[in-house]
Design a protein around this ligand. Sequence first.
Ligand code: PAF
Length: 287
Amino acid sequence: MMKVCSDVPSLRELTAGWRQQKQRIAFVPTMGNLHDGHLSLVEIAARHADRVVVSIYVNPLQFAPGEDFDTYPRTLQDDLDRLRPLKVDAVFTPDNSIMYPQGEQQCTYIEVPGLSDILEGECRPGFFRGVATVVLKLFNMVQPDVAVFGEKDFQQLLVIRKMVRDLDLPIEIIGGPIRREADGLAMSSRNQYLGKTDRQKSPVLSETLARMRDLIINGADIEQTRAEACKQLEDNGFTVDYLTLREAETLREVKTASDCTGCEVVILAVARLSGTRLLDNLKFRLS
Ligand code: PAF
């Protein structure tokens, strides 16, 4: 039966029992408002361990003033109903007094240098510090053997992998593929902010990424293709925060195919429709 724990001692009591029985624990951290993308991460977790813990916590430390912390959709009862039919053993639902007893501004922070300062980190200063800090705290509370993060937040996944490597955490990190709506829009809790017209336009983002990938694979000039893709998005009403081709492992910028022959690359994009930021990415290999 799925247990719901909102404090650390009751979570630890459960996980200590599992560990005593030599059971492997998988962890899926979330901010709730669960959609099929989250549920697919839970299914991956269940394939890699004997026990699955999901956390639901909207982390104030990763929201800047003026962002959507107050309005972020909180749907705990629906989330629990969605998790119950799955192989989930425990849902951890801490509040701010558990996560940051002295307030989040007084907390010891985790900084993952380099990767945290570019792209999403440049658009949202302090964001990855907030993510890395809460994820390390959650890791310490759950003590999982394996943790699953969505590849939709591609840069976040790399930041977590680096933190785990740098701090020698004995946790295997697995990336779960992006789940998309039927028209190609990458699933995200923030998609519900889109009005009807913007929702209709939104698949242009994934279409643009797919076209950009096909052109680059067929030898088109990367810079020219990128500039045309930006223009296409802007012509469709998007404001582009960034659209860039990067080496998938390091996020080093790739400007010409010869920069990166044979390597795995990723197109990373963030574009806004009426203020709603849509993140998407597409990974492929250069020949
Ligand atoms: O990806 C998210 O939902 C959040 O950034 C995470 C990893 C749960 C940390 O708050």
